[in-house]
Design a protein around this ligand. Structure first.
Ligand SMILES: [Zn+2]
Length: 217
């Protein structure tokens, strides 16, 4: 477990790698601004940092992270639509070519949705309504996978939740227009932590296929 001094030491290594050895990259990013081609919607979970998992450099990924990597449906009017604001900036201003919704195994948000984690002492005030975005996933999993063990149900739910988020992406008019014009592609991923596998959603089968097979265990 790292403490704050470790983080500052880590920053110094980053500084030496990018401001020393890769000065050109930093200068380009400063001079030209950012121009990422990919937006990732990922979970807050400390184990699933998209840039680490995909071995990316600064400037490669435009990332929004929230509990359980959810995309809310398009809504007008009040509210603080943080994820929608990030999506709007990525698609309408940065013109990203891909949006990846990156789900992951052992997600606490998904466990909470399924009732496998119970909140105590008033916690859950914000998480519970937030997770209701994918209530449809919970209902589908309870209906189809009720006989499965908790881990299998959670895997099924995290994947259906990715599918629901992909559907919600298409509820944003500017996403629909960009997809229809061929300027934007949507992807659903599921990162399996135990074996280090990556699965991708296939709209044709509505299932997940290997993008990278596991290496451990
Ligand atoms: Zn998570």
């Amino acid at each position: 477990m790292k403490d704050i001094d470790d983080l500052v030491a880590g920053f110094r290594r980053f500084q030496s790698a990018y401001y020393g050895e890769r000065r050109e990259l930093v200068e380009r990013l400063v001079r030209q601004g950012q121009a990422p081609k990919v937006m990732v919607v990922a979970c807050c979970d400390s184990r699933v940092d998209p840039a680490i998992v995909t071995d990316c450099d600064p400037g490669d990924l435009f990332v929004v992270r929230n509990v359980a990597n959810l995309v809310p449906p398009f809504e007008e009017g009040g509210g603080y639509h943080g994820t929608s604001a990030a999506l709007e900036f990525a698609v309408r201003c940065l013109n990203v070519e891909h949006v990846i919704v990156m789900g992951h195994a052992r997600c606490g948000g998904i466990r909470a949705l399924l009732g496998d984690i119970r909140f105590e002492g008033g916690a859950g005030q914000f998480i519970t309504p937030w997770m209701s975005i994918v209530e449809e996933a919970r209902r589908e999993v309870v209906a189809i996978h009720s006989a499965d063990d908790a881990d299998s149900r959670a895997v099924a739910c995290e994947r259906v939740a990715v599918r629901v988020s992909l559907g919600n992406l298409m509820s944003f008019p500017f996403v629909r227009e960009a997809v229809a014009a061929g300027r934007l592609q949507l992807h659903g991923w599921d990162f399996e932590l135990d074996r280090g596998e990556l699965h991708g959603y296939d709209p044709a089968t509505r299932g997940f296929e290997f993008l990278a097979e596991g290496v451990a265990g």
